[in-house]
Design a protein around this ligand. Structure first.
Ligand code: NDP
Length: 244
C-alpha cells in the first residue's frame, strides 16, 4: 500500500526521540512538510541534520503559554500526531502531586491544547484533517507502578473519542494508536530487566514487543486517506495483548 502525503503539512509532538522522531522522518519521506516539536534543542539539531526539510519548534508542552506562543505562526496543518508523553513510574502510595500534574500536563492537557490550535485552523479553512494521538495498552489494562501513566492514557482515549465526535462534522478525523511495549530507546531501558519483560511478553500472543516501525506504520495509515472512514478508534498495536 503506497501512502503519499505530498502537499500536506504535518506537525508531530515529541519528535526528538523514539516514535515521534521516526514518525516525523517517515512523514517527510512520504512527501509531507513536517513541523517537529520537542523540548530538547539538541534533538532538533540532530533531526534537522538528518532531514533538512523539517521545521523545528523547541518548547516544553507542559507550559500552556509557551506552547501558545511557539505555535502561533505554525501555519495550516493537515496532519497532527500528538506523541509527546511523560512516564514516571512509582508505586501508587508514593505518587506525588507534582508527578501527577506533570504527567497530566503533557499526556492529556497538551494534547487538548495543541489539537485545539491545529483543529481551529482546519475548521476555519474547511480543509478537514487527521489527528492521531499516541496512547498505550496502559489505557485499558492496569500495570503495576503505572497508576498515573495508566490514568493519563485512559483519559487520552476518551479525549480521542470526544474529539472525533465534535470534530467529525468538520471532516477532521481523530484516532489513537495504543501500542504494547515499544522498542524505542526508552522502551528498551524501561523493559531491560528480563524478568519484568517476560511477565509482559507472556501476555502478548505474537510473543514479541513492538518495533518503532510497527507503530509508525499504524500512525501513517490512520493519518492517510486509506483510513478515510475510520474515526474515534483506539487501535491496539500490541500483538494481541488486549485480547487476553
Ligand atoms: P521517548 O521518551 O523516546 O520520546 C518522547 C519524546 O517526547 C521525546 O522527544 C521527549 O523529549 C518528548 N517530550 C516529552 N515531554 C515533553 C514536553 N513536556 N514537551 C515537549 N516534548 C516532550 O518516548 P517513546 O518514543 O518511547 O514514546 C512515545 C509515545 O509512545 C508516548 O506517548 C508514549 O506514552 C507512547 N508509548 C510508548 C511505549 C514504549 O514502550 N516506548 C509503549 C506504549 C506507548 P525529551 O527527551 O527532551 O524529554
Amino acid at each position: 500500500m503506497q501512502i503519499s502525503f505530498e502537499g500536506k503539512r504535518a506537525l508531530v509532538t515529541g519528535a526528538g526521540k523514539g516514535i515521534g522522531r521516526a514518525t516525523a522522518l517517515a512523514l517527510a519521506r512520504c512527501g509531507a512538510e513536517v513541523t517537529a516539536v520537542t523540548r530538547t534543542q539538541a534533538d532538533l539539531d540532530s533531526l534537522t541534520q538528518e532531514c533538512s526539510s523539517v521545521t523545528p519548534v523547541c518548547v516544553d508542552l507542559a507550559d500552556w503559554e509557551a506552547t501558545e506562543a511557539a505555535l502561533q505562526d505554525v501555519g495550516p496543518i493537515h496532519l497532527l500526531v500528538n506523541n509527546a508523553a511523560y512516564a514516571n513510574l512509582q508505586p501508587f502510595l508514593e505518587v506525588t502531586p507534582d508527578q501527577f500534574d506533570q504527567s497530566f500536563s503533557v499526556n492529556v492537557k497538551a494534547v487538548l491544547h495543541v489539537s485545539q490550535i491545529v483543529a481551529r485552523g482546519m475548521k476555519a479553512r474547511g480543509s478537514g484533517g487527521s489527528i492521531v494521538n499516541v496512547s498505550s495498552q496502559a489505557s485499558r489494562r492496569a500495570l503495576r507502578n503505572y497508576a498515573v501513566y495508566c490514568a493519563t492514557k485512559g483519559a487520552l482515549d476518551m479525549l480521542t473519542k470526544v474529539m472525533a465526535l465534535e470534530l467529525g462534522p468538520h471532516q477532521i478525523r481523530v484516532n489513537s494508536v495504543n501500542p504494547t511495549v515499544v522498542m524505542s530507546e526508552r522502551g528498551r531501558l524501561t523493559w531491560s530487566d528480563p524478568e519484568k519483560a517476560k511477565v509482559m511478553m507472556d501476555r502478548i500472543p505474537l510473543g514479541r514487543f513492538a518495533e518503532v516501525e510497527d507503530v509508525v506504520n499504524s500512525i501513517l495509515f490512520l493519518l492517510s486517506d486509506k483510513s478515510n472512514m475510520t474515526n474515534g478508534v483506539t487501535l491496539p498495536v500490541d500483538g494481541g495483548f488486549l485480547t487476553c
